[in-house]
Ligand binder design. Structure first.
Ligand code: PHE
Length: 344
């Protein structure tokens, strides 16, 4: 019968279908699986089929439909594979790759890590704490009671006046916290960011970094302090570095001193870095005032100690020949890229 022949021809057409591209695949889909597909129209001719063969005809059309569905999936994945192969053929394996952007460590961080590593060798451990401090830990415990004139030595950012909350002006606040919770011996470094309400210029900024140190034990003397600082200076600036100690004043240490190192660039001959003096100031230090120990519930008749505070930015600037402190916090990638080669 004619309709049977038509259906069989369709089955053959499905089985032999080949496609070249996505458009041909879509044509195939519309013809055999679309909403007005040929199978629907041929099935409508069932009315011309005698009753005893209707079932056979139905099965035949159904077989064509299933074949079309299977063929469609087969053609589709074959086409996908073909497209992938074409893409791969286009791939030029000789083209240079996309280079990865490698970050670098910030010079302030590099110098702080170098300092910490040096003090680690002689038993100092690192302590860190909050940047927003209360009045007690930043000032009062450090022998700087309210209205003490020396509070003006450090221009302070106040966050609230009552109770006084400040951006810490030094990391000595961390030392107070450690002394309050830990019994001597204490041998710690407190590296970190500090804030002072100063006019920003090429030489000073309203925030910078310090590495402060504290050593408390029985019989700690000024000589121990000098030995420690000489060790640091020789390790950091070079074996032949000399240190010079000048009397100074800090409320939390007595006696207090400022320490210069012989200029590591000109070795005392005189240059721009040392302003032709042969010496560069690098830190403040002293023996911890007994009042500070007592404020932290440490018996000052049994224990003594020393403390020092190194300003990091000045040393970074000298070490890398940086003229303007602001470049250290501008985050200009062209500047930071200079430090890529520094491997620590
Ligand atoms: N805290 C002092 C400052 O920030 C530095 C210092 C620390 C001085 C310890 C003496 C002893 O200026």
């Amino acid at each position: 019968m004619e309709v049977f022949d038509k259906a069989t021809a369709l089955l053959e057409e499905v089985q032999q279908a080949e496609i070249a591209d996505g458009e041909a695949l879509e044509q195939f889909r519309i013809r055999f699986l679309g909403s007005k597909n040929v199978l629907k129209s041929i099935f409508s001719e069932i009315k011309f089929v005698p009753n005893e063969r209707k079932r056979e005809f139905g099965q035949l059309v159904n077989a064509v439909k299933q074949a079309a569905e299977g063929k469609y999936e087969e053609l589709k994945s074959a086409l996908e594979l073909k497209e992938q192969d074409a893409k791969f053929a286009e791939l030029d394996l000789t083209r240079p790759g996309v280079s990865r952007v490698v970050g670098s460590r910030h010079p302030v961080r590099l110098v702080m890590e170098e300092m910490v590593d040096i003090f680690r060798k002689i038993g100092f451990t690192v302590e860190e704490d909050r940047e927003i401090e209360d009045d007690w830990h930043n000032f009062s415990a450090l022998n700087l009671p309210e209205d003490h004139p020396a509070r003006d030595m450090q221009d302070t950012f106040y966050i609230s006046l009552d109770p006084a909350t400040v951006l810490r002006t030094h990391t000595s606040s961390v030392q107070v916290r450690v002394m309050e919770r830990q019994k001597p011996p204490i041998r710690i470094l407190s590296p970190g960011k500090v804030f002072r309400n100063e006019t920003i210029s090429a030489r000073s900024h309203c925030f910078f970094h310090q590495v402060e140190g504290l050593y408390i034990d029985k019989d700690v003397s000024f000589a121990d302090l000098l030995q420690t600082l000489q060790f640091f200076a020789s390790e950091f600036f070079g074996a032949d570095t000399k240190i010079k100690v000048r009397p100074s004043y800090f409320p939390f240490t007595e006696p207090s001193a400022e320490v210069d190192v012989s200029c590591f660039l000109c070795h005392g001959e005189g240059c721009n870095v040392c302003k032709h003096t042969g010496w560069v100031e690098i830190l403040g230090c002293g023996m911890v005032d007994p009042n500070v120990l007592e404020n932290c519930k440490i018996d000052s008749s049994v224990y003594s100690g020393f403390a020092f505070g190194i300003g990091v930015e000045r040393i970074v600037m000298m070490k890398y020949g940086i003229k303007d402190i602001r470049t250290l916090s501008e985050n200009d990638v062209r500047f930071l890229d200079h430090f890529k080669s520094v491997i620590v």
